[in-house]
Ligand binder design. Structure first.
Ligand code: NAD
Length: 429
């Protein structure tokens, strides 16, 4: 099949590489010239495990990149929209890029097409995309719009794309649904075909539910600290119940990232527009903000005033195995530490380039041990395996005072204490 994927970010680039590897001819389109020039040379603009191998294997054969949307549209039967839908100023999804792409598709139509929306968009956007294309294309060529929300997780995006829990196809055109289903047939995944609007809602509802689950266990963790229970054991015990499942029950410093914060906000906005007060999600946002800030409260509790102290921050990406720092907890925590008069030296295995841009006041170290050198407190904000496997004896030898605030509960409190550290996790005994 011939595909064009518009937007070559985390979702778009992974889709390009995976669809090409499944045997399709794929053109990736982006407005970012520098990104496209790099991609043409096989240089990846993002870090994502396994992606480089897929791009290398298919580039110049079934996979190509261009900034020319017209070429992408005209050479393809399916056009995937995978551009960003960031949070707008009042919390709603900013749909500027999706609308731009829809207008561009309409202008360049040269025959019947299936337009597949992979970007996360508010309910009703599929209909708007269809009407923009119709208007710009003067209705000369038939176009079916399909919603196909993406559920991959950064850090395991290639694996998730190739092994999805489900493929969701939302459209009001039966034949378009079947054609999109065929595209995914090699994955042999559970496929659900539904109407356009329900598909759009499933994506927001899923992300909002996961954000709520994380937030729930974070509240339980905060309570565990007060009643001297251990949230790791509580979560394990809860997760044994198949109705609950152990996923998304790791208490910590709150969620960040490119999806949960903006998607929860967007769903609140969608509800507000319908005069429905989504009280539960508003509480989720408030608790998550509290949880992020509470890392600094924990630091102060074990360290005292921040003024003049040196803090080692381990983990700047919003989660492990990615370089993505969008809405990362480290951004908020660094700002609060610096405002409090502390000096911050940080390290992340993949996000250093983004950190240089986003955290200019934070000193960056070349590894975790260098970050800890001379520090009064070591703070873990991302659950990278590299940190779990550190030689804590070596870390302690370099620190000024042996204090660990573990915002992701990656260490065993007893082992760390036995090494002579003062340890503070989230919800641990
Ligand atoms: P991203 O910011 O990494 O990439 C977006 C890309 O679109 C950028 O390269 C940008 O240059 C390009 N772009 C913007 N306007 C364009 C235009 N008019 N024409 C061509 N290209 C254009 O975004 P992302 O993280 O890949 O997310 C894309 C969508 O997928 C969002 O709606 C997001 O909510 C959703 N999503 C993301 C994830 C994730 O883990 N990142 C998971 C599931 C769904």
């Amino acid at each position: 099949m011939k595909l064009c994927v518009v937007g070559t970010g985390y979702v778009g680039l992974v889709s390009c590489a995976c669809f090409a590897d499944l045997g399709n001819e794929v053109i990736g389109v982006d407005v970012d010239r520098e990104k496209i020039e790099k991609l043409k040379r096989g240089v990846l603009p993002i870090y994502e495990p396994g992606l480089k191998e897929l791009v290398d294997r298919n580039l110049g054969k079934r996979l190509s990149f261009t900034t020319d949307l017209g070429q992408g549209v005209q050479d393809s039967d399916f056009i995937f929209i995978a551009v960003g839908t960031p949070q707008g100023p009042t919390g709603e999804a900013d749909l500027t890029y999706v609308k731009q792409v829809a207008a561009g598709i309409g202008r360049h139509l040269n025959g019947p097409k299936i337009v597949v929306d992979k970007s996360t968009v508010p309910v009703g956007m599929g209909d708007l995309v269809a009407s923009i294309i119709e208007e710009q294309g003067s209705g000369k060529h038939p176009v079916n719009v399909v919603s196909n929300p993406e559920f991959l997780r950064e850090g395991s995006a290639v694996h998730d794309f190739m092994n999805p829990d489900r493929i969701l196809i939302g459209t009001d055109h039966g034949t378009a649904a079947e054609k999109v289903r065929e595209l995914y047939a090699p994955l042999e995944a559970n496929t659900m075909i539904t109407d356009l609007r329900s598909a759009e809602m499933i994506k927001y509802a899923s992300n909002a539910f996961l954000a709520t689950k994380i937030t729930f266990i974070n509240e339980i963790a905060n309570l565990c600290e007060r009643v001297n229970a251990d949230v790791a054991k509580v979560a394990h015990g809860m997760g044994l119940d198949t109705r609950i499942s152990p996923a998304f029950l790791a208490a910590g410093a709150g969620y960040g990232g490119s999806c949960f914060p903006k998607d929860v906000s967007a769903l609140i906005q969608i509800a507000d527009k319908e005069d429905y007060d989504f009280r539960l999600l508003k509480a989720v946002v408030a608790v998550n903000e509290f949880q992020k800030r509470s890392v600094v409260t924990r630091i102060k509790e074990v360290l005292g005033p921040l003024e003049g102290k040196q803090i080692a921050l381990l983990g700047l990406a919003y989660k492990s195995n990615t370089d993505d720092m969008r809405e990362a907890v480290a951004l908020e925590v660094s700002r609060l530490l610096l405002d409090g008069g502390a000096r911050v030296r940080a390290y992340d295995p993949a996000a250093m380039d983004n950190a240089r841009r986003l955290l200019p006041e934070v000193k960056l170290a070349e590894n975790a041990y260098a970050a800890a050198e001379g520090a009064h407190c070591l703070v873990v904000l991302t659950e990278w395996n590299e940190f779990k496997e550190m030689d804590l004896g070596r870390v302690k030898a370099g620190m000024r005072t042996p204090i660990i605030v573990d915002g992701r509960n990656i260490f065993d409190p007893n082992k760390v204490k036995a090494l002579g550290f003062t340890y503070r996790g989230v919800g641990r005994r």
